[in-house]
Design a protein around this ligand. Structure first.
Ligand code: ADP
Ligand code: MG
Length: 483
């Protein structure tokens, strides 16, 4: 069993399991009918007396895992247990706070807080008493009769918290509760929660908080669970015994943050190995690259193009999920590294600090640079590659040329779209076609994001153009020799 020190001194030190899942798998049906696992083989137990942070990049399945642990959506495989009993359906001992407050605009603060109790059939007088208590607890006394529109974001989130706590849940779940708030308000709320927790006045026995903010996780949690992507698996469980109040500037604190950055930036698979496998497969299957323009090869047929676009190697497709990074951000970071970092190398954690970036802003950019071989990520450091350095020192035109070469050489899907357009006689294909192809591999929302990024990158590289009105991808017109 995991041993760790509880930061809430009033709770007994035995570890009573509250919520458990074993071998949890969650799959979603894709529009085409296939299924895609977003969570795979997750073993997790939440114990009484602990604050756990669930950390991961955007899309890694954090919210999905939280909803499964709350019993709000069923797992595809695996069982949910609450105090050692198997449960189906929602857990009555869990209350939830969301990023978006989710208050009823036509109800007052007090009425909003009473909602949860009403659902439980608590009599009116008692409802009112408990609501006022919860409102006091989170420092909102005096605002009982106010409407949500009269409140600041921080106060609305306090109401969200009071509404969750008024039912005196065993466990409080929070899904990125502070990400919509400004920095100071968020810090203030975190401190108020820790204060109640330390004093033993917090109404719940455990807190599970989803976040993409590494420092927030280290500030609050006793254990930090890092979720990977493609599909979401537990990458690490890190215990954090630093006593509250934690000093964000201390060597222990920054050391832990740095360690988590290293875990989160450590590639889950080696893209270079995948590319080698991909090229080998192409050569084996056809002796030449897929979609080679050639008369009479039948590639005018959409279905054949779709097959060629996707290939048959699911691993390759799965791990070539493009991070949502804009070229401006990538170029900016390459320039920054070239100019400021000795030998073009910097610690990603320090970089985030210097640039005032959160992990969620920075990691898609570093991932994209790694994928395109413009930088290399290792042990939490990012280093410019030779190509990356040349890119940083070049003007716009050569940059586009480099980007184009990297896209063609490193992103099979970009390469195949380019070939598909080359093969078509009119060099045009409707975006809806690519959307449908992507939806065989990704959920509808993710397919849209992938297409958006592909189009954005492809346009920048002048690999293909895009008519947003008619939603058509087409090859740029070759400049004809001057006549
Ligand atoms: P996170 O909270 O870490 O950003 P989510 O749990 O929201 O991640 O989503 C994980 C993945 O599951 C994403 O690719 C998302 O598109 C997909 N997903 C989430 N909910 C659904 C759903 N209801 N149907 C299909 N796919 C979904
Ligand atoms: Mg989420």
């Amino acid at each position: 069993m995991t041993q760790f020190t509880l930061t809430n001194p009033t709770l007994r030190p035995e570890l009573n399991p509250l919520i458990e899942v074993n071998r949890l798998v969650k799959g979603y049906k894709l529009p085409g009918g296939k299924s895609l696992n977003v969570l795979e083989n997750i073993d997790f137990t939440l114990y009484e007396g602990e604050i756990v942070a669930l950390l991961g990049k955007s899309g890694s399945g954090k919210s999905t895992m939280l909803r499964i642990l709350a019993g709000l959506i069923p797992p595809t495989q695996g069982h949910l247990r609450y105090r050692s009993q198997t449960v189906n359906g929602s857990l009555s001992g869990v209350a939830m706070v969301f990023q978006s407050f989710a208050l009823m605009p036509w109800l007052t603060v007090q009425q909003n807080v009473e909602l949860g109790l009403e659902a439980q059939g608590v009599p009116r007088k008692e409802r009112a008493r408990r609501a006022v208590e919860a409102i006091d607890l989170i420092g909102m006394d005096g605002f009982e009769g106010a409407y949500p529109k009269e409140l600041s974001g921080g106060m609305r989130q306090r109401v969200g918290l009071a509404r969750a706590l008024v039912v005196q849940p065993d466990t409080l779940f929070m899904d990125e509760p502070f990400s919509a708030l400004d920095v100071l308000t968020a810090e203030n709320l975190r401190n108020e929660i820790i204060e109640l927790w330390m004093k033993g006045q917090f109404p719940a026995k455990a807190i599970l908080i989803v976040t993409h903010n590494i420092e927030e996780a280290v500030y609050l949690a006793d254990r930090i669970v890092v979720l990977g992507s493609n599909p979401g698996r537990l990458r690490a469980v890190i215990k954090n015994d630093l006593p509250h109040w934690r000093d964000r500037k201390s060597a222990e604190f920054t050391g832990l943050v740095d360690q988590i950055y290293q875990i989160m930036t450590h590639p889950e698979v080696d893209v270079d190995d995948l590319l080698v496998a991909y090229r080998e497969r192409q050569n084996r299957e056809s002796g030449k690259p897929a979609l080679e323009a050639e008369a009479g090869n039948g590639l005018e047929e959409p279905e054949q193009i779709a097959q060629a676009l996707l290939g048959s190697d699911s691993e390759v497709a799965q791990y070539f999920r493009l991070p949502q990074a804009k070229v401006d951000g990538m170029s900016g970071l390459l320039e920054y590294l070239d100019e400021n970092a000795p030998e073009g190398r910097d610690d990603i954690y320090r970089l985030a600090d210097e640039l005032h970036f959160e992990a969620d802003d920075l990691l898609p950019i570093t991932d994209a640079l790694d994928l395109l071989d413009l930088a290399e990520i290792k042990n939490g450091d990012i280093t410019l590659t030779e190509t990356g350095r040349i890119f940083a020192k070049s003007d716009l035109e050569p940059r586009k040329e480099i980007f184009r070469q990297q896209l063609l050489g490193r992103i099979p899907l970009a390469e195949n779209i380019y070939r598909a357009l080359s093969v078509k006689e009119n060099h045009r294909l409707e975006a809806v076609f690519f959307r449908e192809v992507l939806q065989r591999r990704f959920t509808a929302q993710e397919a849209e994001r992938q297409l958006e990024t592909l189009i954005y990158w492809g346009r920048y590289a002048e690999l293909f153009e895009y008519d947003a009105d008619d939603e058509i991808l087409f090859l740029p017109v070759q400049e004809s020799p001057a006549n």
